[in-house]
Design a protein around this ligand. Structure first.
Ligand code: AMP
Length: 269
C-alpha cells in the first residue's frame, strides 16, 4: 500500500493506470466504507482510497471541528484490505488552484440536505471534481447512504468526466441503523434512539410497499420520531429518480435528517 500525501505525487502514477477504482471518504472508516472498497477491489485492477475531511462541505465550523478523525486506525484497516493507494491530502494541496470548478445547484435541486445545508453539495461537488480531474479513475464508488450526494454527483459531474459513478447499497447493523462515522459521537442513549428511528422508517417503508395509501401516515411517523430525537430537520417521501415529490408505489423513497443532541444523522429507505 502506497500512501500519498499530495495529489501531485499521486497524479502521474494513477494517470497512466487503465483500471483504477476510486473510493473517496472522510475517514473514520467503518463497514460502509469497507463494502465500497471491496466492490472496487473486485471490479478494478487497482484501488485508491482518499481520506479527506473536506472543510468546504461543512456549513458549520463546529461540525467540521468535531467530525471524527482516526487516521492511524484507518490506515491499519486499509492495509489489511490490501488497498493499493491511499491519498491523504492537505487542505492547501486540494485548494491551491483558483481555477476550481464552481458548481451552482439548480433551484429544483435545492431540496432535502441541499436546502438545509446551504453550500454543502457545492463543497462536495467541488472537491470531487478536483479529485476526478487529477485522478481520472475508471470507476468511482459511492454509497446510497448519501443518496442525494450520489444523485447530484451523477447529475452534475457524470458527463464532465470519463469516470463511471457506481452507487452501492447502504450497509447497516443488524438492528437496521446505517453505519456512519458520526455514530462514534453518539452516547449509548442516542445510539438506541438512532436504532429506534431507523426501525420506524424501515417499517414505514415496508407498510407503504404493501399499501401505498399508507404514505398518509407520515405525520404519525413524524410525531413518533420527534419524541425520540432532538430535532427532525426533514422527513420527506420523494421520487428516487429525480427527487421530486411526484411519487408512486415504484419510485418512492423516504428521506430523513435528524439530530440526536447536536449530532446530525441522515438516512433513507
Ligand atoms: P464519508 O466518509 O461519510 O464521506 O463517506 C464516504 C463514502 O462512503 C460515501 O460515498 C458514503 O455514501 C459511503 N458510505 C457512508 N456510510 C455508508 C454506509 N453505511 N453504507 C454504504 N456506504 C456508506
Amino acid at each position: 500500500m502506497i500512501i500519498f500525501k499530495s495529489i501531485n505525487k499521486l497524479k502521474e502514477k494513477v494517470n497512466i493506470m487503465a483500471n483504477i477504482g476510486f473510493v473517496p471518504t472522510m475517514g473514520s472508516l467503518h463497514k460502509g466504507h469497507i463494502a465500497l472498497i471491496k466492490i472496487s477491489k473486485q471490479r478494478c485492477n487497482k484501488t485508491l482510497v482518499s481520506i479527506f475531511v473536506n472543510p468546504s462541505q461543512f456549513n458549520k465550523k463546529t461540525d467540521y471541528r468535531k467530525y471524527p478523525r482516526n487516521l492511524n486506525n484507518d490506515l491499519k484497516i486499509l492495509k489489511k484490505l490490501k488497498v493499493d493507494y491511499v491519498l491523504v491530502p492537505k487542505i492547501k494541496d486540494i485548494y491551491k488552484t483558483k481555477k476550481q470548478m464552481k458548481i451552482k445547484l439548480k433551484k429544483k435541486d435545492k431540496v432535502l440536505c441541499s436546502k438545509c445545508r446551504p453550500g454543502h453539495f457545492e463543497g462536495v461537488l467541488g472537491v470531487i471534481s478536483i479529485f476526478l480531474k487529477n485522478i481520472r479513475a475508471k470507476f468511482m464508488f459511492l454509497g446510497n447512504k448519501d443518496f442525494q450526494q450520489v444523485y447530484l454527483v451523477k447529475k452534475y459531474l457524470g458527463k464532465k468526466f470519463k469516470t463511471k459513478i457506481i452507487n452501492c447499497k447502504t450497509i447497516r447493523f443488524k438492528n437496521s441503523l446505517a453505519y456512519s462515522s458520526r455514530n462514534k459521537l453518539l452516547t449509548k442513549k442516542y445510539l438506541n434512539n438512532g436504532i429506534a428511528i431507523s426501525k420506524i422508517i424501515k417499517n414505514f417503508h415496508y407498510k407503504i410497499t404493501k399499501d401505498f395509501s399508507k404514505i398518509k401516515e407520515i405525520e404519525n411517523i413524524r410525531y413518533k420520531i420527534s419524541n425520540i430525537c432532538s430535532q427532525i430537520e426533514y422527513l420527506e417521501i420523494r421520487n428516487k429518480n429525480n427527487l421530486t415529490t411526484n411519487i408512486n408505489k415504484k419510485n418512492f423513497k423516504i428521506f430523513i435528517a435528524y439530530y440526536l443532541g447536536n449530532i446530525r444523522l441522515i438516512d433513507n429507505f
